[in-house]
Design a protein around this ligand. Structure first.
Ligand code: GAR
Length: 205
């Protein structure tokens, strides 16, 4: 099966959805490793419970960001991924990582990019006052949440939403979208042509 390595920083509910999906052979992909930039997070427990090997590569254990990024790249490379999934991974990956895994790393984000990139996509959408937000799966590139969009889904903002109620509603949609997209990448491939990404293999010509 297509090998997935999932990068996490926190709760790991998106990871849990991928772990649930990978028991179904029809999904076409397996989570073969989980790498966190933080020790002691719930996402690591979820991986261990599923019997998936984990690694922690914390920024503070390295002299600088570049050394951390190289160690992260190595920790991911150990698992020989076909696709890397950033699922609530709250750090930017750097040039060494992208040199190795660029074009086959996707990130899930709780807003309709290019609106509301960064660490507070839900809070920023609420503060702006938009009536519709949602979630995006993108191909990771060197910018902050600005890689080619693979898939998006909309979620309506309710008048009485706060950050946590809205984020929980987005996450229900987000988990389903991420599992769907990752399965389709595993089975059908991902084609990136400039800013345009689509599911499926490049047309043969
Ligand atoms: C998800 O909503 C994900 O989109 C978001 O963090 C949450 C992680 O939840 N990521 C970002 O905001 C990245 N910019 P989880 O740990 O339960 O999967």
């Amino acid at each position: 099966a297509h090998r997935l390595v999932v990068l996490v920083s926190g709760t790991g509910s998106n990871l849990a959805a991928l772990l649930d999906a990978h028991d179904d052979p029809a999904f076409g992909a397996r989570v073969v490793g989980v790498v966190s930039d933080r020790a002691g997070v719930a996402a690591l427990d979820r991986a261990r419970e599923a019997g998936v090997p984990t690694a922690v590569v914390a920024l503070r254990d390295f002299p600088d960001r570049d050394a951390w990024d190289r160690a992260l790249t190595e920790a991911v490379a150990v698992f020989s991924p076909d696709t890397v999934v950033l699922a609530g991974f709250m750090k930017l990956v750097g040039a060494p990582f992208l040199a190795r895994f660029g074009g086959r790393t996707v990130n899930t984000h709780p807003a309709l990019l290019p609106s509301f990139p960064g660490a507070h996509g839900v809070r920023d959408a609420l503060a702006y006052g938009v009536k519709v937000t949602g979630c995006s799966v993108i191909v990771v590139d060197a910018g902050v949440d600005d890689g080619p969009v693979v898939a998006q889904e909309a979620v309506a903002v309710a008048d009485d939403d706060d950050e946590s109620s809205l984020h929980e509603r987005i996450k229900v949609v987000e988990r389903r979208l991420l599992v769907d997209v990752v399965g389709r990448i595993a089975r059908d491939g991902l084609t990136v042509d400039g800013r345009r990404a689509r599911l499926g293999r490049p047309a043969a010509d």
